[in-house]
Write a protein that binds this ligand. Structure first.
Ligand SMILES: [Ca+2]
Ligand SMILES: [Ca+2]
Ligand SMILES: [Ca+2]
Length: 165
């Protein structure tokens, strides 16, 4: 960032805001209680998208409520990948402060107590080589975004990447 030291603080702050829009998506921070805790982008074992006997359910995205006070309803939140594949949380599912949910592939029964929502789709969503995870609020504003490559972001190669611990 090229900022003259003689600029007033307000100008520096404004420049900071502007430059934020230019940096890569994964470096940006959005104002949101809900953020991406991590992603199991590569389901353990050999991938099979068969609804019965496949392992799509072992591919998941964990979304956590990082607020210390606010309850947040997942209803209307949207998850998208780099190719534009989209999942919308259509049911009410309240996340208490510190609570989380795993958005799993495959078919299954959503459960608040088990912290799980199924995409009801047996195809894999998160590419095993690289992808971008977009997480949007019900009104469309960005809640969180992270891009990854297996090579750069999954050094131990276990198929899981941690974002906001
Ligand atoms: Ca995958
Ligand atoms: Ca796999
Ligand atoms: Ca890993």
């Amino acid at each position: 960032m090229r900022i003259s030291r003689t600029l007033p603080a307000a100008a520096v702050a404004a420049a900071g805001v502007l430059s934020l829009a230019a940096v890569p998506a994964q470096a940006a921070e959005y104002s949101s209680a809900l953020k991406i805790k991590g992603v199991q982008y590569d389901a353990p074992g050999r991938d099979s998208n068969k609804c019965s006997g496949g392992n799509t359910a072992a591919e998941y995205l964990t979304i956590k409520n990082y607020s210390k006070t606010a309850k947040v309803n997942l209803k209307g939140y949207v998850v998208k990948d780099a190719a534009g594949n989209k999942f919308t949380f259509t049911k009410s599912h309240t996340l208490e402060p510190g609570d989380y949910v795993k958005l799993r592939g495959g078919r299954g029964t959503d459960s608040d107590t088990k912290n799980v929502v199924y995409r009801q789709n047996c195809n894999f969503l998160w590419n095993n080589d690289k992808d971008t995870i977009y997480f949007h609020k019900p009104g469309g504003a960005r809640a969180d975004v992270h891009s990854y490559t297996k090579r750069a972001n999954d050094r131990d190669g276990n198929g899981y990447i941690s974002y906001h611990g």
